[in-house]
Design a protein around this ligand. Sequence first.
Ligand code: C2E
Ligand code: MG
Ligand code: MG
Ligand code: MG
Length: 284
Amino acid sequence: QAKSSGKNTYRFFDPVAEEALCSLARMDADLRFALSNQQLELHYQPQYRCQTLIGAEALLRWKHPDRGMVSPAEFIPLAEDTGLILPIGEWVIRQACKQLQQWQERPETAELFIAVNVSARQFCQDNFVESVRQLLNTYGVSAEKLKLELTESLVLMDVEDTIQKMQALRSYGIRFALDDFGTGYSSLSHLKRLPLDQIKIDRSFIRDVPEDQDDSEIVQAIIAMGQNLGLNVLAEGVETDEQLAFLTELDCLDIQGFLLGRPSSIDKFETTYIPANMSRLGMA
Ligand code: C2E
Ligand code: MG
Ligand code: MG
Ligand code: MG
């Protein structure tokens, strides 16, 4: 420990650690600024069931003035550490509710849902359930339109508390997906107890399907398990026609991936993926 007073003052100075700390501190300050200065944006990636658009996953983007678009993989972990994920997470759900409010009013988008990623720290907050309820209320959004994506590690932090919160939110009509399924450690007994609607097969399993025998077996097993538990199964990261054909053959009908659509700004999403707009533009 460094002594800061007395005659012999020592400071252990590690330039590498110091610099890392500095850049983290700067990134934290920048992110704080970003949140209150409209540099954060939600992009939307389409989700399809049997070739029909059914909803979108909201994915956070940071439009950094110097660095361009910064990936959430880069700043979400930092925001988790500093606690900034709390106001950011609230902002994300609020934005999604505002979007749903607009979509609800137009016939061609009235049925679409939005899936929002929830971080562990955000979900663990005592007032999480109440804050989501209030946001739905404020924007007059029907709860069935909001889907929350949880990860296995979040769920495992405190299974009893998670189940309780999920049940409360579900009683309003909110639906739940287990994100990145297969990459965590959730046991089947937990899976059975969680009030889930959907599991999302992680894209690392989809990537080498159907060529890779092992991955193909795993994907097949996950789909069968999900179906036996009465869960909807979505495949993430579908990039090729061969992957789509493989999944369709196994009756995995919910698909998300670059093959069918990339995450896009709201304007691009609406002109590219909403059928009524597509035909208006002569694209359908
Ligand atoms: P995720 O929830 O698993 O989101 C899917 C990620 O896979 C997205 O990356 C998406 O762009 C990417 N992806 C989708 N289809 C394909 C495909 O066909 N091929 C490939 N190679 N990638 C595909 P993105 O947008 O960079 O987000 C990364 C992660 O950051 C998300 O993973 C999620 O865990 C986290 N994240 C994003 N937005 C939020 C947010 O609002 N709140 C929280 N807590 N986390 C977020
Ligand atoms: Mg997700
Ligand atoms: Mg995922
Ligand atoms: Mg992920």
